[in-house]
Design a protein around this ligand. Sequence first.
Ligand code: GLY
Length: 376
Amino acid sequence: MPTAPCSSDRGPILVGTWSFSLAAIESAWSTLNGASGSGDQSGAGQGSGSTLLDAIEVACQHADLDLSVDSVGLGGLPDSSGRMSLDGAIMASPIRFAGVAGLRRHVHPVSVARLVMERTEHTLLCGDDADDFADRHGFAGQELLSDDAKAAFETWAAARRDGGGDPIDQRTDQSLLGLRPQDPGLGSAAGGRLFRPNDGREGAAPAGHDTIGVLGRDASGNLAAGCSTSGLPFKVPGRVGDSPIAGHGLFVQPGVGLATATGTGELIAGICASFVAVETLRRGGTLLDAIREVMLRIDELGPRRPHHQVGVVVMDAAGNVASGAYRPGFLVATRDEGGGRVSGPDLVHRPEDDGLPESAREGLAKRDKPNPKEDP
Ligand code: GLY
């Protein structure tokens, strides 16, 4: 049941999760608009929307190499064994999609995923075999653990040893509590750090996790999305979140819209957040309906832990965008013909405000912001 064609066309646009993604989508803007990018290392990406896929890939590659971003690529934090593993995906439609999970030697999950999408009939490769696949197709392997991440791991491991925590049961791990990804915004001394904004000042342990998700639309109306993440800091080795899986970290339905989700992958995966958002559009809902539906599904899971967060960004087929977050601290970056900018989400759900009168709920004005799709 596709929605009717949108009347207004917003032109080419890239949108990314968290303020650090502004630099990433800025780096991809010229690619989206025709310059050749560094994406598509396989040379296999010809065809409708391949330039858009190049732009998605360039944006995610930029974040992968940004050492100031502590949740993606080389700046990311390792698992509880002290080893890095990266997940990512790229998607142009439900039949043009692939993800990779648990890369330990290759820094660009979206590039490897694109190779899987364009050179195989499969949709998900994982672990050593995904790294081997990348090797066979000419991607150079490298060490992924930065000195900074190694130091953060050692701090975390020492706190964990001191706390006597169960090495497997992260639900008992007090060192993971108390923080969730909080975007300090552009220009902050914390840079792209969402988990360690106090690192070095208060000795705070990192917690929570997030992802770069990029949504794109080109001048021809093609849609595509990508996700790249190092996943939950100090995760159980082998843990995979939402980012490499269609419907979880990203979803694209040509002619309808696309979505990406970031934050606590276990929540996003459990409710198929990106699929739910796009399906809401497909059934005639507005962009804000799509955000609200995701928040409703999270509420239905019952009380959440303090570090849980989900941010979601939804775009319709005309390039109109809305975003929302389960809790404060989420920002979104946009690059279109009007330039680049970072903004807060249109809706912050704030479960802690439940029971308060509506007038006392922060973010209410944003909840009532008109849906751009409904604008004349
Ligand atoms: N959202 C990224 C992850 O949970 O792995």
